[in-house]
Design a protein around this ligand. Sequence first.
Ligand code: SF4
Ligand code: SF4
Length: 462
Amino acid sequence: MPNIKDVVEEQEIFNILKKTQNPSREQVVKILNKAQEKKGLNLEEVGYLVNIKNPPLIEKMFKAAGEIKKEIYGERLVLFAPLYVSSFCVNDCEYCSFHRKNPAPRKKLSLEEVKEQVKILEDMGHKRLLLECGEHPVENTIDYVVEVIKTIYETKSNKGEIRRVNVNLAATTVENYRKLKAAGIGTYQLFQETYHRTTYEKLHNGPKADYERQLFAHDRAFEAGIDDVGLGVLFGLYNWKFEVLALISHAQYLDRKFNVGPHTFSVPRFQPAETVKIKLHHAVSEDELLKIIAILRLAVPYTGMIISTRERPEIRAKAFKIGISQTSAASCASPNGYSNDHSRDEELSQFSLQDHRNVNQFLISILKQDILPSFCTACYRSGRTGKTFMELAKPGDIHNFCRPNALLTFAEYLEDYAIPQTKKLGDQIIQKYLKQILSSDIKEETKKRLEKIRKGERDIYF
Ligand code: SF4
Ligand code: SF4
């Protein structure tokens, strides 16, 4: 087993936070200039950024993060939807309403119900899902999860299909990770929730209370051949400045050890839920959340970043500009949540959502922000994962695939699912960004492929 200190050195993080607590303007400007080279920042530099208090300097930091976001990820925003398949859980995590002591009835989807949910999501236009379920050795076995993944890939509705299933599943064994890999998952996501060990152990009860099991889960996933992993923190459980440094330290550890950094960071903030009585001593404000996103963008520029519908539309809109590259839309956080059957409305939800717009409403709002929506799943299906992906992502070359693939997948959406207003705005955005493809060969090829999509071909990608 690796050493915890290889991943997170708590004392070192506290020392850095103390040393960097009063950054000068010169120090910040120097760090922001270094960040523009897009090679990342060290922990001390991140320490100075988390400690910026001066509003004009914060603005400067947002601007710098926005520029990096634009250079590496361009104008695109990849969409996905979570799919909760089971609320059974043996853990008592104090911040989550699926916790074991909650007496509310539990739900686990049958494979028939999985199909029903997937069809609903496909009819919304989704191509990428994030599978979620609690930890339960009897109800949510690895074989059940594998069957669910198989069912998702096999389920088609009209022109709809799911092309990538990412998975957010409890820490498990190398053998189980091998089964997930064989089932064809995209990214394996697991959040440390809090990197502060004492806080972690206080808030968890059950198998998840094992800090090391959680911390080294990604190592085991790598060992099993999964080379796209996602990290995250549940902000609000502990001091966010500590968490940001620890998260970056974890990313650097994976990069050092496997030569592959995390594929994504997720930045959920604690949101209330019924039966969750936790007293937050480290609540993170919306302004602080935006700082977190900007700092992560500057410090680890090659890693995609995800925001969910836990946040209000106004904050999400700002976050898209300064660092977020993937987002959920029209989400539900309960098993069967997408069903139109209102008798199921009372089902247990993992947390409360702040953005209730449907996919079309969401798309219209981002199109008005000049953002290009993307339903792309190309990399994983073309073998661009792990090291191969990092070789393209680190120098920012992945952008050459992302933009044309965003245009193609969004054009599919417009043909198959858009309402007239989305179609009109969407066609304008497609023309705008088509012109901006730098390589004339790729531009011409994209034009030809767009034409094929208009004529009915589907699933064409670079
Ligand atoms: Fe279970 Fe996950 Fe909720 Fe903890 S956070 S109670 S492990 S579903
Ligand atoms: Fe993601 Fe690859 Fe598609 Fe870009 S080309 S959006 S990195 S899957």
